[in-house]
Write a protein that binds this ligand. Structure first.
Ligand SMILES: NC(=O)c1ccc[n+]([C@@H]2O[C@H](COP(=O)([O-])OP(=O)(O)OC[C@H]3O[C@@H](n4cnc5c(N)ncnc54)[C@H](OP(=O)(O)O)[C@@H]3O)[C@@H](O)[C@H]2O)c1
Length: 270
């Protein structure tokens, strides 16, 4: 069995550990590192998985999943540099960090796969996009695909597309949460109790998401099916168009991509 170590078991790292356990991985084949003892004890008592020092993680694990915040990467690279060789596999979940950063800082030939996941990993519904670095082979990508398939869907993209992926699916859940929040406010405006407005909109979102995922219909056709002539929905759509909601979404997602590019530049080649 492949031994997997998660370096930095915060929200995403914990979700991955939990998904791997549910997917049939044995607790003895999973390791993690964390900064504080209290967090180590919390995770060990909840999942039966051992918290270890980086040295042990590097020695024992076949796959090292880096899940610290991007701004915390430097000390992790310093620790890993003398410990890893070409037989290790590094999987980076860190937004905006290019594989070239790892390749520059680690020993020559260490394979790196970059992943852009998203928070629905917490409910095993992640959308993860994976990209091979310079030394990662098709076999390495297959290992990462298999690992992430326990917590959602996986696609492979060229690394150059990772900024667009970050803007679309990395940040994507936030856009849906924002829309739901605004629609609940609309229910309040119409005089509904907040709890009822929340239930109506959240279940509508779940139902709409299921229809999108399970039917082969284009979203336009699904919307048209709810938009009867001279009905209520078309009145709402007219207001959405008048207020430029489609253009706002295009501009918003483009701005997210620009920011991702900007953050990545901080780690460009010296
Ligand atoms: N959350 C998202 O929506 C999302 C989406 C896509 C990608 N990601 C990426 O996923 C990664 C993790 O995000 P997250 O939201 O899970 O962050 P998080 O909750 O802050 O988790 C990071 C964890 O790593 C620990 N840590 C930091 N430095 C460490 C070190 N040197 N050794 C061991 N542990 C260390 C942190 O401990 P402390 O709490 O003590 O600092 C924290 O528990 C990030 O790189 C992020 O870019 C996140």
């Amino acid at each position: 069995m492949t031994v997997i170590a998660v370096l930095g078991a915060g929200k995403i790292g914990e979700a991955l550990l939990s998904g791997l356990l549910h997917g049939g991985h044995e607790p003895g084949d999973l390791l993690f590192t964390e900064r504080y003892q209290a967090r180590v004890e919390e995770l060990t008592s909840q999942y039966g998985v051992r918290g270890v020092e980086v040295e042990e993680a590097a020695k024992r694990a076949d796959v090292l999943v880096v899940a610290v915040k991007p701004q915390d990467i430097e000390p992790v690279l310093d620790e890993l540099a003398p410990l890893l060789g070409p037989s290790s596999l590094v999987v980076s979940l860190c937004a905006g960090l290019p594989t070239s950063l790892y390749e520059r800082r680690l020993a020559e030939g260490v394979p790196v796969v970059r992943v852009m996941p998203n928070t629905p990993m917490l409910v095993n519904e992640a959308m993860s996009a994976i990209s091979a670095g310079r030394y990662a082979t098709a076999d390495h990508l297959a290992v990462v695909r298999d690992l992430l398939s326990h917590v959602g869907q996986v696609v492979e993209v060229p690394e150059a597309q990772q900024d667009a992926v970050t803007a679309l699916s990395g940040s994507g859940p936030a856009y849906f949460f924002y829309l739901v929040e605004a629609m609940i406010d609309a229910g309040i405006l119409l005089g509904l109790p907040r709890a009822l407005a929340g239930q109506l909109i959240i279940q509508s979102a779940v139902g709409a998401a299921k229809m999108l995922a399970e039917s082969d219909e284009h979203p336009v056709l699904l919307r048209e099916a709810v938009t009867s002539p001279a009905g209520t929905t078309i009145n709402a759509i007219r207001e959405l168009e008048k207020h430029g909601v489609r253009a706002a979404l295009l501009a918003a997602i483009e701005a997210a991509k620009d920011r991702s590019v900007e953050l990545g530049k901080a780690h460009d080649e010296d």
